[in-house]
Write a protein that binds this ligand. Sequence first.
Ligand SMILES: CC(C)(COP(=O)(O)OP(=O)(O)OC[C@H]1O[C@@H](n2cnc3c(N)ncnc32)[C@H](O)[C@@H]1OP(=O)(O)O)[C@@H](O)C(=O)NCCC(=O)NCCS
Length: 133
Amino acid sequence: MNHNHDDNISLRNATIDDATFVYALRFGPDVRKVSWSTSGVSFRNHRNYFNKHLSEYQMIYVGNTCVGFIRVNDEISIYLHKPYRGKGIGTQVLNRFSGRATIKEGNEQSRKAFMNAGFQQVGIIMEKKVKRI
Ligand SMILES: CC(C)(COP(=O)(O)OP(=O)(O)OC[C@H]1O[C@@H](n2cnc3c(N)ncnc32)[C@H](O)[C@@H]1OP(=O)(O)O)[C@@H](O)C(=O)NCCC(=O)NCCS
């Protein structure tokens, strides 16, 4: 699909006032299932954590509407509100970044957005969740 929202998309640095928005998006029910951490996080804990890591977050705008956020530390993660997914916005934002991301198996929409933005799959991951003895 050839979308072109690029002119309308902008980023700004996060402030502590974005804690509520980020919490709702990051720990909302539809994101939990595509996320690595599935346990509940209280808003208070989230806010403390978010405050310490503020400089890693940028808020994503389409026109004047805040539609999501991107976090860049040793890895990149990006979250858009549901009505704004699948319209090429994620790809357009990711075009502006380089780095590394770990995408949960089965999250095809995310995998495709990263691929469309020029990310390549590198290596394989070996994981064991429970010790044998
Ligand atoms: C991941 C996310 C940021 C991607 O942004 P986006 O704007 O939705 O992605 P885009 O529209 O740019 O691209 C999505 C691609 O996946 C495709 N796609 C959408 N749903 C799909 C599905 N169920 N299976 C396979 N492909 C799918 C789209 O067709 C599009 O590819 P195309 O342009 O080649 O047709 C966004 O979907 C999101 O916030 N998801 C929930 C949070 C999340 O999973 N974050 C990733 C953690 S790193």
